[in-house]
Ligand binder design. Structure first.
Ligand SMILES: NC(=O)c1ccc[n+]([C@@H]2O[C@H](COP(=O)([O-])OP(=O)(O)OC[C@H]3O[C@@H](n4cnc5c(N)ncnc54)[C@H](O)[C@@H]3O)[C@@H](O)[C@H]2O)c1
Length: 436
């Protein structure tokens, strides 16, 4: 079992650190955010992620998981250093790697013995080489280290399960010594026969972008089909179901809706386009998916206008704010576009989300946050399902209708049956359900 430091204790770093400890490794999760580390030391999980507290508590109790603000000491004390800090989009859409490189410099300063430096953050092809160059330049001659790429494929909302039971682990390494150490880090999965793709660093870095871009394209594709369905009276749910029965297509990521968001697809697609530009490769498909996704988010506002007419003075009730259910992450969420446009058009917003409204309140204090879905519907001109939290699927629609000023529903995630909604007396618009 290995001594590991995970630098960056966010959605990926905290889940990775806790789960690597669960595999039997000794892990220090290090972060410069004092407040976050204080909370973790007190047993408080700073993000909403189902099942994470149990894994953290279990491993803290077994003394395999520690939290620290002293990033330098954590690096010195361990053999494998995972970099799991943010790689947000820069001004031109490229991945901003400044934090990754600043952590690399910390590793260089604290390289007191052989270390495997692992990029867990999503970084473009060529970054591992740059990390290697920084370490070579900033450490004494003869210092021993290897750089490995180990991209993360977990999904927020099911991150713990995804990490503990992944479809595959990708290890990009140009060193046999480092590869062997990574196999020991993931020994629990290795003996479970989880597929391990062992390749070079550049290929590993590319796998992550190719995977996310493919899924983004798939979503944008079905959204476009949905928009056609709306115009011709077809039902995209049936179209997607029949498509998905074809083994070559698969039913996953074929749910039409109000566009993808989150901390990965939007920025990773932009970064891939940027990489293609830099190496002189025409990137038509992923570019189109990005544009289609932006369009899709704005289309949700058009659907609201279609039902309520002029937004000015109207109250719009939003159900769900996070970019998808089971997370409090609002980065690039469709709700942000809807809120922005409704407010700009002079409308009022009431909103409810089971976990994300405190975070949204900081960005949009002018929204009226409510205690539940019915409270949100009270007196509103239109109810909009933005995120498909399970509790919205199970809504008492008759009660919701009574609360609304007018019985209008825009269902950005197709959680309701259009016929049932019409029978209940709603004016209802979904995405690709045969009406605009
Ligand atoms: N969120 C996801 O679902 C997901 C999935 C796969 C891959 N990724 C990738 O993983 C990386 C991290 O994403 P995230 O969502 O966990 O980000 P995040 O913003 O939630 O977490 C980043 C953490 O790094 C810390 N940090 C910043 N500078 C630091 C420094 N110099 N030293 C130590 N800690 C520092 C921050 O305080 C924060 O806690 C990104 O590259 C992302 O693309 C994310």
């Amino acid at each position: 079992m290995k001594k590991i430091c995970v630098v960056g204790t966010g959605y990926v770093g905290l889940v990775s650190g806790a789960c690597l400890a669960d595999f039997g490794n000794h892990v220090i999760c290090a972060d410069i955010d004092k407040d976050k580390i204080e909370k973790l030391k007190k047993g408080v999980i700073p993000i909403y992620e189902p099942g994470l507290k149990e894994v953290v508590d279990r491993n803290v109790e077994k003394k395999r998981l520690l939290f620290s603000n002293d990033v330098d000491a954590a690096i010195r004390d361990t053999e494998v250093v995972f970099i799991a800090v943010g790689t947000p989009p820069g001004e031109g859409g490229e991945a901003d790697l400044r934090i990754v490189f600043s952590v690399t410099e910390s590793i260089a300063r604290n390289l007191n013995s052989y270390k495997v430096v692992v990029t867990k953050s999503t970084v473009p092809a060529g970054t591992g080489k740059k990390v290697y160059d920084i370490l070579s330049k900033k450490t004494p001659k003869g210092s021993e280290f290897d750089v490995v790429s180990n991209p993360e494929f977990l999904r927020e909302g099911s991150a713990v399960n995804d990490f503990l039971r992944p479809d595959r682990v990708v290890i990009g390494s140009n060193s046999e010594r480092a590869t062997e150490i990574m196999k020991q880090v993931y020994r629990a999965l290795y003996i479970n026969e989880t597929p391990m793709v062992i390749t070079n660093v550049e290929t590993s870095e590319t796998i992550k972008y190719a995977s996310n871009a493919f899924l983004a394209v798939k979503i944008s594709f079905i959204n476009e089909i949905a928009n056609i369905c709306d115009q011709i009276g077809a039902d995209v749910k049936v179209v997607a179901k029949a498509m998905g029965l074809d083994g070559r297509i698969s039913p996953k990521f074929l749910h039409a809706g109000g566009g993808y968001g989150g901390s990965c697809f939007p920025k990773d697609t932009l970064a891939l386009v940027k990489t293609a530009d830099e190496v002189g490769v025409q990137n038509l498909v992923v570019n189109a998916a990005i544009k289609a996704n932006d369009y899709q988010k704005h289309l949700m506002v058009e659907k609201i206008k279609k039902l309520v007419g002029d937004i000015k003075g109207k109250t719009i009730a939003l159900l769900g704010l996070s970019f998808k259910p089971n997370t409090d992450d609002i980065r690039d969420a469709t709700s942000l576009v809807i809120i922005e446009e409704i407010l700009k058009a002079g409308g009022k917003i009431k909103a409810y989300d089971p976990v994300a409204q405190d975070i949204m309140q900081k960005a949009y204090p002018q929204v009226q946050y409510c205690k539940d879905a019915y409270d949100t519907a009270e007196g509103a001109d239109c109810l909009v399902v933005v995120t498909e939290w399970n509790e919205f699927r199970e809504l008492d629609l008759t009660l919701a209708k009574k609360k609304l000023k007018s019985p209008k529903v825009v269902d950005c995630r197709n959680v309701y049956d259009p016929n049932e909604m019409r029978e209940l007396g709603f004016e209802y618009i979904g995405v690709g359900r045969g009406s605009y």
